[in-house]
Design a protein around this ligand. Structure first.
Ligand code: 13P
Ligand code: SF4
Length: 314
């Protein structure tokens, strides 16, 4: 590794990709990449997918190092599922403001108010919240997981838009948390209406973190993992994709025979992971994810329950 060039001196994307691929081999590392990353980041990835797929891959890998091109809650989930591995996040800027909207103190209060309720936490939470939850979910399985629980009441956190979407698909009482993803929440339904009028033959695919009025205008609501599947199977040629901007690039790669237009915002956390930072991460071991043992053990129970559910549902 000493012979490696310092990555900040390399500005050429192809050379950076070459360097990362070489470092990856040397460290016996696997690179797990979220759909929202930029296309150049796809080129260094061993797997590109949604939060659920990334968790499954993290639990299964026998590589020594798991490097996450995603955000911190995803890297934490990988560490919890595979604690013997070195898990790296290339920059500490890759947080998630939605995850930070749920605090342990507030959850303790809400649990005391509703002692009979199950706690379902979206994977977009920090590890201490997962450790206080009964089960986790992602946008791919939230409705099914809530419906599978014996409890009549469910505390659902932290995304109120996803929570409301779940509420529309269950008979259970959902106790909503006042959290939201600003990337999705600020997408405006009137602007989407203009888009729809301009492209009347295009189908709208929207992420459930968007506001209710916008989801009501969508032809299909799903997490990032479901978007390619829908676009492949649906008879339409044109789609308006309502989520983070990176997803449109992924759809263009996955379904090249169809046309995708973006109605989107950029997630600055996702986009803070770059090729030079990935190279630095593999050279300098930055930033290694570590978590307290008790949090890891308890958070694992809620993530394992979700993965077990997904396996049985598949
Ligand atoms: P998915 O699980 O649908 O990939 O979503 C992750 C995310 O961060 C959405 O903002
Ligand atoms: Fe968090 Fe929203 Fe970014 Fe997803 S898109 S990582 S929920 S801030």
């Amino acid at each position: 590794m000493e012979s490696m060039m310092y990555p900040s001196l390399i500005y050429d994307t192809d050379k950076l990709i070459e360097l990362v691929l070489e470092l990856k081999k040397q460290r016996n590392a696997v690179i797990l990449t979220h759909n929202y990353q930029s296309p150049e980041m796809y080129k260094i990835a061993d797997y590109i997918g949604d939060s659920l797929g990334l968790s499954i891959k993290a639990s299964e890998t026998d590589a020594d190092v798991i490097l996450f091109c995603g955000v911190k809650f995803m890297a934490e989930t990988a560490k919890i599922l595979n604690p013997g591995k070195t898990v790296l996040l290339p920059t500490l800027n890759a947080g998630c403001s939605l995850a930070d909207m749920a605090t342990a103190a507030k959850l303790k209060e809400v649990k005391e108010m509703y002692p009979d309720a199950a706690v379902v936490s979206y994977v977009n939470t920090n590890a201490d919240i997962k450790a206080m939850s009964d089960i986790c979910c992602t946008s791919a399985n939230a409705v099914e997981i809530v419906n599978s629980l014996p409890n009549k009441r469910v505390i659902f956190l932290p995304d109120k838009n996803l929570g409301r979407y779940v509420q529309r698909h269950t008979n259970k009482e959902i106790i909503l948390w006042d959290g939201y993803c600003f990337v999705h929440d600020k997408l405006n339904a009137d602007v989407l209406m203009d888009f729809k009028q301009r492209y009347p033959d295009a189908k709208v695919i929207a992420h459930p973190e968007c506001k209710e009025e916008l989801l009501k205008m969508a032809d299909h609501v799903c997490g990032t993992g479901g978007m390619s599947k829908f676009a492949k199977l649906d008879g339409s040629k044109n789609f308006i994709v309502v989520t983070e901007c990176g997803m449109t690039e992924k759809l263009k790669q996955d379904v090249p025979e169809k046309n995708f237009m973006s109605f989107c915002n950029v997630c600055p956390y996702m986009k803070s992971v770059t090729l030079p930072l990935v190279a630095r991460s593999l050279i300098q071991n930055t930033y290694e994810i570590t978590l307290p043992q008790n949090i890891m053990v308890n958070a694992r129970k809620s993530i394992d329950r979700m993965l077990e559910f997904s396996k049985n549902a598949a």
